[in-house]
Design a protein around this ligand. Sequence first.
Ligand SMILES: Cc1ncc(COP(=O)(O)O)c(C=O)c1O
Length: 342
Amino acid sequence: LNAPEHGSDLHLALDTGVLEAPWCGQPHTLWGSGRDAMRALLAWGREHHGWRRALVPSFFCQDVVVAIARELPLVAYDDAPGQPAPAAVEADERDVVFVVNLHGARTSNPMETRAVVVEDHTHDPVSPWAFASDADWAVASLRKTLPLPDGGVLWSPRRRPSPPAAAVTSAHAAAAADRLAAMILKRLYLDGGTIVKDDFRRLAVAGEHAIALGDISGICDFSAARLASLPSRAWREARLRNHAAFVAALGELDGVAMLPGAFAATLVFERAEDRERVRAALVEQRIYPAVLWSLETPAVSGIPVEHVELSRRVLSLHCDFRYTPDDLRRVAQAVRRVTERP
Ligand SMILES: Cc1ncc(COP(=O)(O)O)c(C=O)c1O
């Protein structure tokens, strides 16, 4: 029997329910992407509060770093997935520190600072921490955990004023339409339809590339209309269950550890070449993992070499609501097989 594909981009989901999220029932704005939400806040804070500098974790998505640098000069502070807490930062009231729930592994803000705090809840937008946050502002990219083609959200746990929403730009609408088309086609493909895989991959890649490149945009109409009906609580619970099933099924494996955090099941190999070998072997079995993140072309100086090194050794297996614990047990067995093979 041909095992189903595992991983890669989310496809269209048909489940409906009620979104339960920290920004529900309080003022918030929706943006074209997480990066657009961040940029809108920074551009506004620069003008209204004289913000001068942004601080970002040293182990961070470099596309996000590039986007932030469009609005403010930026420096990296020492933080990485698996690290219990970030290093102390030297910052003042006109600095903006992005505190990131990397891989969804943290349960509260570990940062003591006089600076403006913006939390990034992308990896677990409906976590207890996000609900209990007392950050000045919080942002999340929506499409990493929810089956939406685009979207970012900005809210202020401290109920501070926030920038007004922006219109959808035509460039963003086109990118989101490509991504939505890819999600629908992938759904039909996975359901056994006669869909050419290259067709939806091409649309997904083109849409992903174009998203957040242009001017700051609002969210597309589809995502705005769909968001409130996403069963966020059930999906978070499914993710946690799947993650636990993977961890239990993987057990002890020589040369491999796991990073904390249930955004994905993230392996850390002792050697970068094993990561590459296992990744290729999993793809052959139609299991498509992710790497969060490559640091080979840094957009900020001062990334510790150990972080670059770590980024070469990590591999994330998707464990979101698309899957059952049995799916994750199957993936864990595949990881065991291909890792143990000499
Ligand atoms: C932690 C984190 N924050 C922010 C972003 C930016 O989100 P978007 O791609 O929607 O701009 C991402 C994704 O790239 C992310 O992983």
